[in-house]
Design a protein around this ligand. Sequence first.
Ligand code: SF4
Length: 350
Amino acid sequence: MKVMTNSAMGTFQACPRKFYFNYVARIKKDTDSVPLRFGSMVHDALERRLTGQPLFDEINKQYDKAIMQTLNPYEKYTMNCERHAVIATVLGYCDHWQSDGETMAIIDVEKTFNYIEDGQEWQGMKDAVVKLAESIMMPERVALMEHKTTSKDVRDEGYWARLSIDSQINLYYQAMQEKYGFETVLYDVIKRTSIKPAKVPVLDDDGCKIVTLKSDGSRVYNKNGTPKKAVGDSKTQELQTVMEDPKDFGDRIYEAILAEPQDFFERRELPRLDINLDESAKDRSAVVRQIAECESSGHYPKATQACNMYHSLCPYFNICSTCGTQKLDVIPEGYVLKGSTHTELERNRK
Ligand code: SF4
């Protein structure tokens, strides 16, 4: 592999074998994970906001396409819910940061960059470069702005401590410092909602809830002949429910955001120190040397402590645990060849 990205470096550091599958064999599972799609869609809308384009046209197009491609009704439903979760989150974001026009000016928005360091080419895609307005405490300053979506608490100090030495932004900062003259980094963190689609009661023509017998599904009535509206005996009766309409689900998320926006959005400036940048440059060189060693020996070691990272099993586990050798002559079932080596850089090429 000739070109490196921060994402590829992080994969190699976590597990060289995973790096092999992802960036050398270039295979991926044939479906994106939900958190990745959510984050990518939110990023897409925020980019459009910064450039003054319609926010949701492209998002709706992408979801419509994904929904058409599956025959599974449950997948169709969850994708539609996710679409409305993205829309609600972005609308809440726009409300919360509606005074951005007074506090910052856009200098540049999402573009890939190339950077050569010690003979190695690096690529990345910045979110935005902005000029932050002067305030009582701070002079006007140029910031590298980075959007992040997370399922964590947006005020978690551990999360922010890690961002202060984040290798991705150290690379971007170093690569574009000469062009833009950064003075700080502005992290713009957006929480992915933990609200899930709910079951809602089915209503009859009179707007009443429907209680039925578990044994035969017949409706349950009170002694006076009126239909029961609540379950009396949960062993024998049940309330008829359906999954919430995706649009209603989105509305519920939007209301939750309006009620507690500080739980969903947080921005902090984390300026870069020279020592952070120097250390990151040395880390990158060390990883590039290690990859070259794997390449020349043809062996990318497994790091099994990474198999359950992020509370889910590595997407390559099936092939990793059954292949005697890491060499793949055919693409295994359930996997597809990636369109490009660094799919993380494709967002602005749609
Ligand atoms: S299954 Fe584990 S060892 Fe294998 S590639 Fe994934 S993280 Fe690495």
